[in-house]
Design a protein around this ligand. Structure first.
Ligand code: PBG
Length: 310
């Protein structure tokens, strides 16, 4: 009765990794308990999410190395892995599940950066935005409900919003990765999408310095002004102060991404006997809600939903 914060499966977004083939499950070694699934299996995971009361899944493709290129043009292929997965899920489940798609070029580039690079390896902001717009439209055409740009280029939210309107997708939402930090917690994710071996250098020229908090407020303000429907803070637990500041200062929903390295830390702690997995998962997710999150992206979504459903 006096409990201030509630946590339910409806607060969760479940990130899933897609791979080529039929009836394929590929366990991801650095994310124990998480696998890449072929499109037919992703459809089954989506059914599981619906049964558990999880309203949305987030898709990430593991693009085959031979389909990657310097300019990441596979991102624009209407039959790429991502678009096939979106169409299959929508065909099977319609509006019963939300599909959130990541906009950034790292799953498609041969260098693992989120954008186009110049000869010195620097990511080119404006040239990249032009491609991201086409990538977003490609995903919306396939049936994506929420476009989630994770690339951190300047000006991409406004450009994508305008293109969605002009291409017949006025109801497709944008969840902006507005405060995304250059973090050491993304390692297992880069394994999962197959870009860790390719990535040269780092992403510090476009992702944020973990020392900065005011800058996050400026990024959020800009993305809202450009038309973001909701914003995201990423990683999660180490950045709950940022979540709280966004919650207090702005009136759009704020989401947090409990990222791959955070998942791996909980799994490692549980495996080492340092804590009880179920309790750690539920406590961390409750902390996100207490900090002001409308929802949380977490690889533990299915487990948490099962626990919450009792
Ligand atoms: C890439 C992207 C990343 C994540 C989501 N989208 C990694 C990165 O920026 O290198 C990280 C998610 C996670 O670690 O779970 N655009």
């Amino acid at each position: 009765m006096v409990r201030e914060t509630m946590l339910s499966p409806a607060d969760l977004i479940w990130p899933l990794f897609v791979t080529e083939g039929e009836a394929v499950e590929e366990p991801i070694l650095s994310l124990p308990g998480v696998s890449r699934w072929s499109v037919d299996q992703i459809v089954v995971r989506a059914a599981e999410a619906i049964d558990l009361g999880i309203p949305c899944i987030a898709l990430f493709p593991n693009t085959q190395p031979e389909r990657r290129s310097e300019d990441g043009e596979e991102a624009l292929n209407p039959d790429n892995l991502m678009c096939r997965a979106i169409r299959a899920i929508k065909q099977a489940h319609g509006d019963a599940i939300g599909v959130l798609t990541d906009v950034a070029l790292d799953p498609y580039t041969s260098h693992g950066q989120d954008g186009l690079i110049d000869d010195a390896g620097y990511v080119l902001n404006d040239e990249t935005v032009a491609v991201l717009v086409d990538q977003a439209i490609n995903q919306a055409n396939a049936g994506a409900d929420i476009i989630a740009p994770s690339d951190m280029m300047d000006g991409r939210i406004g450009a994508i919003r305008k293109a969605l309107e002009m291409n017949g997708h006025p109801n497709v939402q944008i969840m902006s990765y507005a405060a995304k930090y250059a973090s050491a917690f993304y390692g297992p994710f880069r394994d999962a999408v197959g870009s860790s071996g390719l990535l040269k250098g780092n992403k510090k020229t476009y992702q944020m310095d973990p020392a900065n908090s005011d800058e996050a407020m400026r990024e959020v303000a800009m993305d809202i002004a450009e038309g973001a429907d909701s914003v995201m803070v990423k990683p999660g637990l180490p950045y709950l102060d940022i979540v709280r500041r966004v919650r207090d200062q702005f009136d759009v929903p704020v989401f947090a991404y409990q990222v791959s390295g955070e998942y791996a830390m909980i799994e490692a702690a549980a495996a080492a006997g340092a804590g009880d997995r179920d309790a750690l998962v539920l406590e961390t997710l409750m902390a996100f809600k207490r900090a002001g999150c409308s929802g949380i992206l977490t690889y533990h979504a299915a487990l948490a939903a099962r626990l919450l459903n009792g």
